[in-house]
Design a binder for this molecule. Structure first.
Ligand code: LLP
Length: 427
């Protein structure tokens, strides 16, 4: 459920007409709904708690929001105030989480190529755990920790070798991709870590992909993870935490309905069957995707010989790259839908390459120059993947709460854009 709905023929985000934001802030602009973020987080937490899925010391499980999905500070703070942690993959993301008030003991540091500097930063900040993805990375974590006179609390990321479906560019759990170690390697590394002066292994972790709409591959992976925990414990090793990653899909309009958080929680309780351990999760899309939209204005409609109608927007692939990169489908909703039969359009941006196409041959309510539209489900992997390609200004972000809204990342000026660069001394 989300809080974007038509009221009196006009699209609202909570109590604010989206057209008012477009008017005041200009387009393109991302708009987020606080109530939707809050609802998604709460529904997931309540579903897990209801199934007896626990966290450290028998408290709530750690729900570490995947910062990569939406790293806006105001968004992170909205979630932090509810008790969310943060799953981070760079020093920049750790800094964002800390700045937004996420306590370090709720921050997980993931990623396949952490640098020594990043590891040192994470250790000094006192993050909850470092999810190590390979033997060389584990060695580096140990060296860095010892040089700081401490031990790195680590979890070992396992690649469960299951196929989760979805787009190949976002599947992560197969043996031939770069993430994590095999089960047998995990056992060896865990035992080594337990005897390493720079390491404190506390658990194991996996993440098999994104936009997963079928619980079966997850259940298969989690069953294997449970087996690993039991084998490690059987060898006398202490395993306190099990981090099951993110990946739960969202309804993207053209795709199979994803499992509900309640189904997901039930599957976990059933698969783990009483395994006494502190659970952590790293959801991104499930919390953020349907909490945000990208607003854009129709520049003009260009009809080519043969009758193809191109809707040219003021938003482009640099603002929302998912259609170009993953053939992603985003519903396109006019802010004030016009009456009349649907018209088949190609919807494109102004960037000089064919990939700058949001959709082809989509039937939409009739559009005219100046109309405003929203790309739905754009709250995850939207603004975070934006760029200045074609020297377009970085897209701004707005957060709505009830009848109120605030610009939480302003649109830069052209002067600011140019001021970030310098001439070489010889020029
Ligand atoms: N944990 C780890 C270790 C991850 O690599 C990811 C996502 C997540 C958690 C969060 O997954 P989620 O719950 O959001 O599915 N840019 C792509 C998605 C890439 C996901 C990468 N890893 C897209 O726009 O679809």
């Amino acid at each position: 459920m989300n809080h974007f709905e038509l009221k009196g023929g006009e699209l609202f985000c909570e109590g604010v007409a989206l057209a008012d934001i477009a008017q005041a802030v200009g387009t393109p602009v991302y708009v987020y709904s606080s109530a939707t973020f809050e609802r998604h987080y709460t529904v997931l937490r309540d579903a897990l708690v209801a199934e007896g899925v626990k966290g450290d010391n028998g408290g709530d499980p750690l729900i570490a929001f995947a910062v990569k999905a939406n790293s806006n500070l105001a968004v992170l703070k909205t979630l932090a105030r509810l008790g969310a942690g943060a799953d981070t993959v760079s020093e920049g993301e750790i800094r964002r989480a800390l700045a937004a008030g996420v306590p370090p003991e709720k921050i997980v540091f993931s990623g396949v190529g952490k640098t020594a500097d990043e590891l040192a930063f994470a250790l000094k900040a006192g993050v909850a755990e470092i999810n190590v993805e390979s033997e060389p990375e584990m060695r580096l974590a140990s060296q860095v920790a010892q040089s700081l006179g401490t031990r790195a609390t680590i979890a070992i990321r396992v690649n469960p070798d299951v196929s989760a479906g979805g787009h190949a560019k976002i599947a992560t759990g197969k043996e031939d991709n770069k993430f994590g170690v095999s089960f047998s390697e995990a056992e060896r590394l865990y035992a080594n870590a337990a005897n390493d002066a720079g390491l404190n292994p506390v658990g194991v972790t996996c993440h098999i992909g994104s936009q997963i709409t079928d619980l079966a591959p997850m259940a298969a992976a989690f069953t294997k993870m449970r087996g690993l925990v039991e084998r490690l414990r059987g060898e006398g090793l202490s395993v306190q935490r099990l981090d099951l990653g993110g990946g739960l899909g969202v309804p993207y309009f053209n795709q199979p309905a994803p499992p509900s958080p309640a189904d997901y929680a039930r599957m976990i309780a059933k698969t783990m069957n009483g395994l006494d351990i502190a659970y952590a999760f790293e959801p991104g899309r499930m919390i953020a995707a349907n909490a945000g939209v990208l607003l854009s204005r129709v520049q003009h409609i260009h009809e080519r010989p043969g009758g193809r109608k191109f809707v040219v927007l003021d938003a482009a692939m640099n603002d929302l790259i998912r259609p170009a990169m993953y053939d992603a489908y985003h519903e396109i909703a006019p802010l004030k839908p016009r009456a009349g039969d649907p018209v088949v359009y190609d919807v494109v941006g102004p960037i000089c390459e064919t990939g700058d196409t949001f959709t082809r041959e989509r039937a939409l309510a009739p559009l005219e120059a100046g109309d405003l539209i929203a790309f739905m489900s754009a709250g995850a992997y939207g603004a975070v993947m934006s760029s200045e390609y074609n020297s377009r200004l970085l897209v701004p972000e707005v957060l709505v709460k009830g009848d109120d809204y605030a610009v939480v990342r302003p649109r830069p000026t052209y002067e600011e854009m140019l001021a970030k660069e310098a001439f070489a001394p010889w020029l």
